[in-house]
Design a protein around this ligand. Structure first.
Ligand code: UGA
Length: 434
């Protein structure tokens, strides 16, 4: 089948890689010439394990064609997947301008039977707007469907080739059959529903994941006060099959380009339908508080009583982890960078290491000393902070780190390291709710 994919970001490029791997011919439309040039060489503009391998395979097999011109792509295709970003506006609502632009240009070049499938995360209530745009741009009656994406950064190819479920939101049997056919080679349950339900499945899924994390963080804060160990507590909770162990790891809060944005957009959507989503508001505020709770913990472990002004001036802190989570170079809404910004405001001096995110950080954060050597980041420091859950940090030579530090204190914002092992080496070790 010939498939157009609009947008070569995470979702678009992974969608292109997956469907071309499954034997389809993909026409990808991307506005950035810089990205197009990279992709044509088989390179990926961001770090995503194994993606470039699949892109190279698609280029070699002549099953991936990339252009900035809709005219070169859409008329050849039966289906168009819209995969452009829907970033947050200041009030939390999703900014749909890129989506509307992509829909308009796709509709303009569409054939009579083209199906436009929205993979971007889009709030409910915009179906009429999409129809209006397509009627304005196209003589043909374009049909719409919604197929949300559930991939995680860092495991995007794995997730997309082995999905738990494939959600197909359509208005006609014809669109439904076409989407079932396209997805046929992939495993996972099929959820066939209307377009609004498909959109809400996406928001509700991300909102529920965020709720689990905020819940785990709240329980960790109680464990901290009561002397219980949140790792045992969450293991005990997560083993109940009705609850499940995933996404119950406490830390410095959830970040990234999806969970924070989708929680706010779901709250805003609820508001437009006159529902006050109090539960989700609490999830968001718990997530935000986690940053200040962690910063206060930094002051506690350094035994700083003065909580005003530049109370961390003269303190040298070594940081491991800048990305919003492990296995990505993405720093959008990274909790690690929010913590660091607050520490810098308090006068601390910060040296930091991350296996992939340094390039993205150095563009925007001039006052962090960045190094490509984790040992250099921790040398002569008063405190080590673990802010991203990279497994590489577990494998560091912690005996060597201890010898090089001014004060051997670890504050582990991801409960990544083995507390007993670190204490045996001679560190004062503090985690989250441990
Ligand atoms: C998330 C969802 O997991 C995907 O299913 C969804 O497709 C995607 O958003 C999207 O909407 O496009 P992603 O943003 O890649 O994926 O990141 P997650 O793996 O969900 O992690 C989000 C944040 O939660 C990270 O900062 C991570 O460190 C944090 N987290 C995760 C915790 O603090 N504790 C946990 O137990 C799990």
């Amino acid at each position: 089948m010939n498939i157009a994919v609009i947008g070569a970001g995470y979702v678009g490029l992974v969608t292109a890689a997956v469907f071309s791997h499954l034997g389809n011919k993909i026409y990808c439309v991307e506005i950035s010439k810089e990205k197009i040039n990279l992709i044509k060489k088989g390179l990926v503009p961001f770090y995503e394990p194994s993606l470039s391998q699949y892109i190279k395979e698609s280029l070699e097999n002549k099953r991936l064609f990339i252009t900035d011109n809709y005219q070169d792509a859409i008329p050849n295709c039966d289906v168009v997947f819209i995969c452009v970003g829907t970033p947050p506006k200041e009030n939390g609502e999703a900014d749909l301008s890129y989506l509307f632009d992509a829909v308009g240009k796709s509709a303009k070049n569409a054939n009579k039977d083209t199906l436009i499938v929205i993979k971007s995360t889009i709030p409910v209530g915009f179906e009429a707007e999409l129809e209006k745009i397509s009627q304005k741009e196209s003589k043909n009656e374009v049909e719409f469907a919604v197929c949300p994406e559930f991939l995680r950064e860092g495991t995007a190819m794995e997730d997309s080739l082995n999905p738990d479920r494939i959600v197909i939101g359509t208005r006609s049997k014809k669109a439904q059959d076409l989407l079932l056919k396209i997805h046929k080679p992939l495993p996972g349950e099929r959820i066939i529903c209307d377009m609004r339900s498909a959109q809400i499945i996406k928001y509700a899924s991300n909102a529920f994941l965020a709720t689990k994390i905020s819940f785990a963080n709240a329980v960790a804060n109680i464990c901290n006060k009561t002397g219980a160990d949140v790792s045992s507590v969450m293991r005990g909770v997560g083993l109940d099959k009705r609850i499940g162990a995933a996404f119950l790891k406490p830390g410095i809060g959830y970040g990234g380009s999806c969970l924070p944005k989708d929680v706010l957009a779901f709250i805003a959507q609820a508001q437009t339908f006159e529902y006050d989503f109090e539960l989700l508001k609490a999830v968001d505020s718990t997530n935000q508080s986690q940053i200040s709770i962690f910063v206060n913990k930094v002051l506690d472990v350094l035994e700083i009583k003065d909580r005003n002004g530049k109370s961390l001036s003269g303190k040298n802190i070594g940081v491991l982890g800048l990305a919003f989570k492990a296995n990505t170079d993405d720093i959008r809404d990274s909790a690690a960078l929010k913590v660091i910004t607050k520490l810098l405001d308090l006068g601390a001096s910060i040296s930091a290491y991350d296996p992939q995110a340094i390039k993205n950080v150095e563009k925007n954060f001039k006052n962090i000393k960045l190094t490509s050597d984790p040992y250099e980041a921790l040398n002569e420091k008063d405190l080590v902070l673990i802010l991203t859950e990279w497994v590489q940090f577990i494998e560091l030579d912690w005996e060597k780190v201890k010898k090089s530090m001014k004060n051997p204190i670890i504050l582990d914002g991801r409960n990544l390291l083995d507390k007993a092992q670190m204490e045996k080496i001679g560190f004062d070790y503090f985690g989250i709710g441990r």
